[in-house]
Design a binder for this molecule. Structure first.
Ligand code: FES
Length: 119
């Protein structure tokens, strides 16, 4: 069932479900945005989540290559600038200069074989 909020959101991208692998991250450009923002899409513990690739510490991208956004344990997303660690389930910074702040979440929904990203 769609709500008014759902209908107000704008679709910004689609990915095929079977292309998103556990423990991997992917980036997508957000169309028509003057700030050239990207979305980081991750699959962690079976769930797909997406975040704006912008660190709440000072707005710089967390990563330039999504292959390097995971920390060495594979349990946190790590900002390349000052090594803030983010919980991939919540987007919350758990360690670093922005502890307690969160990444900006992108709405993720499943439709058939596709993941739809909306903002
Ligand atoms: S810009 Fe991400 S931790 Fe400083």
């Amino acid at each position: 069932m769609k709500t008014d909020c759902d209908t107000m959101q704008k679709e910004i991208g689609r990915l095929l479900v079977n292309e998103i692998k556990e423990g991997k991250a992917y980036s997508l450009k957000i169309p028509e945005n003057k700030d050239d923002l990207e979305v980081i899409v991750v699959k962690y513990l079976g769930n797909v989540r997406a975040w704006i690739n912008s660190c709440p510490h000072d707005g710089r991208p967390l990563c330039r290559d999504p292959d390097y956004v995971w920390d060495t344990s594979g349990k946190f997303l790590e900002c390349m600038n000052h090594q803030a660690l983010f919980d991939p389930k919540t987007g919350m910074c758990t360690d670093g200069p922005c502890t307690g702040d969160s990444l900006f979440r992108i709405d993720v929904s499943h439709e058939g074989r596709e993941i739809i990203l909306r903002i």
